[in-house]
Design a binder for this molecule. Sequence first.
Ligand code: ZN
Ligand code: MN
Length: 508
Amino acid sequence: MPKYVPIIGMEIHAELKTKTKMFCTCENGYELRDQPNQNICPICMGHPGMLPVANRQAIDWTILVGLALNCKINRFTKFDRKNYFYPDLPKGYQISQYDLPITYDGNLTIGPKDVAIVRIHLEEDTGNLKHGSTGALVDLSRAGTPLIELVTGPVIDSAKEAKEFCQEYQKILRYLEISEADMEKGQMRCEANVSMQLEGRFAVDGNEVKPLLDTVLNPKVELKNINSFRALERAIEYEIKRQTKAIEAGEPLVQETRGWDENTQSTFSQRVKETAADYRYFPEPDLPPLEISEALINELKATLPELPQAKLRRFVSEYQFDPEVASIIVEDKNLAAYTEKVLSEMITWLVALPETEGTEEEIMSKDGKKLSKLVGNWLVTHLFKHLNETKTAISNCPVTPENFAEFLTLIYTSKVNNTSAQEILNEMFKTSTNPTEIMSTKNLGQTSDTGELEAVIEKIVAANPKAVEDFKAGKEASFKFLVGMAMRETKGKANPAIINDLLLNKLK
Ligand code: ZN
Ligand code: MN
């Protein structure tokens, strides 16, 4: 049986969050509105005789995203008209870019592979149609929103790789602060071209797949209307199975656009695909071509922030974070900044405290792993829970990095145990109070006083003769039960390690 492999290329549209639209001074329409047609003018409504003026910010940001993805920048670039008729596009054409996109020929590393980026061009978004029982309504709020379209080479070979590419691209757009890239809101739209081809019988050239020898390529399917990463992955997986089955059964496949049906978890045919010739592209006569200077490119390059993959590597090497935890933290630039502030504050605390010795570097090299584990655990498991439950962004977190660092220091130096720490964090999240104050007003400090704890052990052992007997007969669970009783007696404030030692001694 000949082997067929998936060939996947992505086309990703993302709306830029500039103040104004692409070719007029209307307020940008990337945020969904309650009221339709509030931010429109004769230009974005496509009235005849109106002249567009290109948005400088949108051009700069397209160059910036190109630089972030190792793309080349076209020093001479222009806009073109893409002609097609649909009521959400009142001009009868979309201003886009055809043969000279602002940026081209880049790549993004996904796992072991450099995924080739063929181009990223700038265009305008269309309006929305709302279909009702009496007909369709047109909302042009979104028409004219700056839109960048990224095209990858047909070099992706699994649904998972396609999903990871889109996730990494979304992260980059957010790090650059040029798009919210929320798929559910349509701010980022991922389309996948999927076909199955005979292994070894094709070659990839730019964004084209070419047949080798006398091979006839199978047609590709364009997957559209996908509004989550999960749906994207599932839709591609479904297509791979559907196409493979059809080929093996000798059934014909057609080049078409298919949508994703969330209810049936399957793709369905929407329409037969247009080719570039149908669009009759020609240069936009109302906009002058653009010359992009070396100086502008250098200026923009200097503003590039540390990108997510570099930050991830640094969090692992510099702070010794577990890669899995680090990848959760760098997901959000603000969260990563918060974490770094916590760590640096915490080290300042540790250097200052008498019970921890050494300089910043010494503490980091000796206990870095332990520190990052503590920070990661309390951040990802506990602080996240509070943030999620109250739908709070990390930038509005009521627990300041300073207070969180002080809190972690209390745990690190055994001043509070786990149970009390959770109670302190609850209170910090509610009131923004500093943890030491909460610890003393609520009397939550950990008891490590051996004398005091010995008395507790005496009491517990005397009150639970059966458990003591069972333990001596070899029942391990009884020991845990006695520890639990002792912890309860101290209202959870005892240092559990000391309780363990004392109890073990007592029962020997
Ligand atoms: Zn307008
Ligand atoms: Mn497009």
